[in-house]
Design a binder for this molecule. Structure first.
Ligand code: HMG
Ligand code: MG
Length: 314
């Protein structure tokens, strides 16, 4: 049996949202094009949040409607370009964009909502309480699904909070369960401030399972403040059974509402570590394609020999 890990590349959204200098639409589109060229098929493309708070993401509609992305969507039927949506206003902007640019495949087939595990971070990031943000989501998710959009959900600050310190697993697990019950197809556990270590991830995933969230519905979203994220990713995959990992090319990133937190775990490090541990990743979709030299950058060795280091079974 093939054991494959799905990589969700969050660089163009999580990676760039904190950059002070505004990047051009062309540059963002080129980044996405190169990520897709490197084999990634799940690339978070932007967000429909307030431009007052996150000006870098204001060009998301231009990115999604660019001719290059249209070409990529036609070329790769499995390509998914999710966007972050914080509230009804964001969903309404996204749906208006989809209406104004009908296409097959559509501009995007997926959105992600986000909820905090702590009150302090919820106030800073979403300007509301945890329970209010949860209460607002069912109609939003219903409306999105009625329009054929898949809904992913993030829980932020699952291990540590910039305002409240260490986070015990009960609260993030309870939020994850609520999100799953509302219809999210997957819940990504966000270690927003990058304090995670393998043991903390294990306690959290165990608690999620105890509260009725199966590991097959979980993704790990590690930031990497203390250099422990790759070991956490390996533990999440090899020991805990998580099969979706969020990462950001070149470890770009940081949350504007999380002072001091660094970027996400680097995609190239995750792909390298998983490949060398014998895991296939969605960044290496086809063993024949994987023999081409374009994979070398991600794998870190000469794969032209056909030696990919990816086991079909384990
Ligand atoms: P609000 O409650 O309306 O209040 O928005 P506000 O005062 O923050 O609103 C500011 C202005 O934005 C108002 O306009 C709103 O109408 C408008 P004004 O009256 O000043 O002219 N507005 C919007 N504009 C466009 N699109 C929208 C929208 N909503 C309101 N969707 C809200 C609350 C949360 C929407 C706002 O504060 C916001 O957008 N914040 C940014 C949140 C964000 O992007 N955070 C970073 C992403 S989450 C993350 O990085 C974590 C993650 O990676 C996982 C992890 O690592 O844990 C996912
Ligand atoms: Mg993040």
């Amino acid at each position: 049996m093939l054991h494959r890990v799905k990589i969700v590349e969050v660089g163009p959204r999580d990676g760039l949202q904190n950059e002070k200098a505004l990047l051009s639409t062309e540059l963002k589109v080129e980044l996405i094009e190169r990520l897709v060229g490197a084999g990634l098929r799940d690339v978070e493309a932007g967000s429909f949040v307030s431009p007052k708070w996150v000006p870098q993401m204001a060009s998301t509609p231009d990115v999604l409607t660019s001719p290059t992305l249209s070409r990529l969507r036609s070329l790769h039927s499995s390509l998914s370009l999710p966007v972050l949506v914080p509230n009804a206003r964001g969903l309404s902007s996204l749906l208006s964009l989809l209406d104004a640019h009908p296409s097959d495949p559509p501009l995007t087939n997926e959105l992600a909502v986000f909820v905090s595990a702590t009150e302090g971070f919820s106030r800073a990031n979403l300007n509301t309480s945890v329970s209010s943000s949860l209460d607002a989501l069912p109609p939003l998710i219903e409306q999105a699904q009625a329009r054929g959009l898949r809904v992913r959900a993030y829980v932020s600050v699952v291990l540590g909070c910039p305002f409240e310190g260490r986070v015990e697993p009960e609260q993030p697990a309870a939020v994850a369960k609520r999100l799953l019950d509302m219809g999210a197809y997957e819940v990504s556990l966000g270690d927003t401030i990058g304090v995670g270590v393998p043991g903390a991830w294990e306690r959290l995933v165990n608690e999620c399972e105890r509260q009725g969230v199966p590991v097959s519905k979980l993704a790990a979203h590690c930031h990497d403040t203390y250099g422990t994220a790759v070991s956490s990713v390996l533990h999440c995959v090899s020991t805990l059974g998580i099969r979706t990992i969020d990462s950001s090319i070149a470890a770009l990133g940081g949350c504007p509402y999380s002072p001091g937190a660094t970027g996400n775990v680097a995609t190239e490090d995750v792909v390298y570590a998983l490949a060398h541990e014998g895991w296939a990743t969605s960044a290496l979709p086809d063993p024949d394609e994987a023999r081409g030299e374009r994979w070398d950058g991600l794998l870190g060795w000469d794969s032209t020999s056909g030696e990919q280091g990816v086991r079909e079974t384990r």
